[in-house]
Design a protein around this ligand. Structure first.
Ligand SMILES: [Mg+2]
Length: 365
């Protein structure tokens, strides 16, 4: 077997307990007290270990997908072979062009980038043409406080005190935005993510009500999120820039949205679509009116992959960081956030591996 032959692909769910100084928010209809994704560990014959991350709706389902579908196709293949992932996508296409199988492949894709860069002895950003900046600004992405002005004020103030200079809210009302604007004063960008709050005919008035408080962008204003015609007409109505992408059905759908400038910011999630696809979308946005601003609501190898992407892409954007307290902060020592900034790791591959307790599955349940 060649030294670069893949000998194992393992899925290690990573369910990080968190709190955000408020009762657990609802996610998919249930109270949420853990932030879930899954580590993907790839090992080659020569002992090299590389890491990726997949979106994880249900750990048991994702593990089964890796065991029954992903590992059998990857085992024995050359980890350097850039045709491996496209071939697997094609082989598995009739299991769905969006959803958990695609998310599993996204995690494998990130791990293969880590593997290739490690074997080449270069930081991942070198494989993307090199970093264009040595550090990127992180923005504090607050979870939901359901319009509680007191809590929004307190948490925003806390983030500013820690050195963050940009904030994102997951709120739906002008009053919530107003509370945060009062806390920040003018000059601090505030993004507003509504998580698909409005039907197309409800959105214009709701956004107009927010305008006096100067939101930087409105993220996912429309239900359903893939309604590109409704998004385009909302964009044409003018006013505040729009952002969309984390719920894109697949990479091509988001690439088309970028190509057609349906919104001003497209937000690929590398743990859903893979780094290869997200980088292609970033390149589609290299010049022109649309900016690639990856969605990064996760903390593992996908977070680092997004950091390398942001470091290497032409347009400067900030890195999303969920503003919560975690039971364990991945890369808290190796790639720390300091005063609202993150340095770009220059070690081989992603530049850091998950800590031993994460790799051992300490947060798998
Ligand atoms: Mg979002």
């Amino acid at each position: 077997m060649s030294p670069n032959a893949i000998v194992s692909v393992a899925c290690i769910p990573m369910r990080l307990p968190f709190h955000h100084w408020s009762p657990p928010p609802l996610f998919a209809g249930r109270p949420r007290d853990k932030l879930d994704s899954a580590l993907v560990r790839v090992q080659t014959e020569d002992g090299t270990v590389a890491w990726g991350e997949s979106y994880c709706v249900e750990p048991r389902a994702l593990k089964a997908i890796f065991e029954t579908l992903i590992e059998p196709l990857a085992r024995g293949k050359d980890g350097d072979d850039t045709t491996l992932l496209p071939a697997m996508q094609r082989t598995l296409h009739n299991l769905g062009r969006s959803g958990p199988v695609v998310h599993a492949l996204a995690g494998l894709d990130i791990a293969l980038w880590d593997l290739r860069a490690k074997r080449a002895g270069v930081p991942l950003h070198e494989l993307l043409g090199g970093k264009r900046r040595n550090r990127v600004r992180a923005y504090a992405s607050l979870l939901q406080y359901y319009g509680d002005a007191g809590k929004l004020d307190a948490v925003t103030t806390r983030a500013l005190d820690e050195g963050y200079t940009e904030v994102k809210l997951h709120e739906r009302t002008a009053d919530a935005l107003a509370a945060v604007r009062r806390a920040t004063g003018a000059g601090i960008p505030i993004m507003v993510d509504t998580n698909c709050a409005w039907l197309p005919d409800e959105a214009p008035a709701a956004i107009a009500a927010m305008a006096p408080y100067d939101p930087f962008w409105i993220e996912e204003p429309i239900w359903p999120p893939e309604d590109d015609r409704a998004l385009a007409s909302l964009r044409d109505a003018g006013g505040i820039p729009l952002a969309v992408g984390e719920n894109a059905a697949n990479a091509l759908a988001l690439e088309r949205m970028a190509e057609q400038a349906v919104v001003q910011y497209v937000q690929p999630s590398v743990i859903k679509l893979g780094l290869t696809a997200a980088w292609r979308i970033a390149q589609r946005c290299a010049d022109g009116a649309v900016t690639c601003a990856p969605q990064v609501a996760f903390f593992g190898p996908g977070y680092l992959a997004s950091l390398h992407l942001i470091a290497a892409q032409q347009k400067e954007v900030s890195l999303e960081r969920l503003y919560v307290e975690l039971a364990h902060v991945p890369y808290g020592r190796s790639v720390p956030i300091e005063n609202g900034w993150v340095g770009i790791p220059d070690g081989p591959g992603l530049g850091a591996d998950p800590e031993a307790e994460l790799a051992a599955g300490q947060y798998s349940n």
